[in-house]
Design a protein around this ligand. Structure first.
Ligand SMILES: [Zn+2]
Length: 44
C-alpha cells in the first residue's frame, strides 16, 4: 500500500557511487555508477 506519492518516492532506492559510496543525484537518463568526483571523463 502506498500512503501517498511522497512516501512512494522516498522508498525508491537511491543511487550510490560504487567507488566512494556517496549518493548520486541522477541528472541524466544513463548515468554512471559513480559520482561526478569518481567519474573520469575520458571522452573530452
Ligand atoms: Zn564517488
Amino acid at each position: 500500500m502506498i500512503n501517498n506519492i511522497v512516501d512512494f518516492f522516498k522508498n525508491l532506492p537511491a543511487k550510490q557511487c560504487t567507488k566512494c559510496g556517496s549518493y548520486i543525484e541522477e541528472q541524466h537518463e544513463c548515468y554512471n555508477h559513480t559520482c561526478d568526483e569518481c567519474t573520469d571523463i575520458k571522452d573530452l
